[in-house]
Write a new protein. Sequence first.
Length: 98
Amino acid sequence: MEITGVVVRKLTFENRMRAVVSITLDDMFAVHDIKVIEGANGLFVAMPSRKTSEGDYKDIVHPINSEFREKISEAIIAKYKVALAEYKKEMAEAGSEV
């Protein structure tokens, strides 16, 4: 299975969440609402989840093995860094601070 698309749908600077991302797998399957989170040890990727009746969060979709999880994380974080750099450049050109 190949990651054939990564789209940063929203950049945010609220709380620890930094972005909301969608990915496409094999040009046939899309996963939306993946979050890029700023943690104590750097950026990490959180899969889409829902709140259970007990108040916990459970992933709706997730990779089955650590190799594919790492592949997804690397692709998403790389795309996030590009989108963030583009945003900062646009803000600098407009004379705004990030």
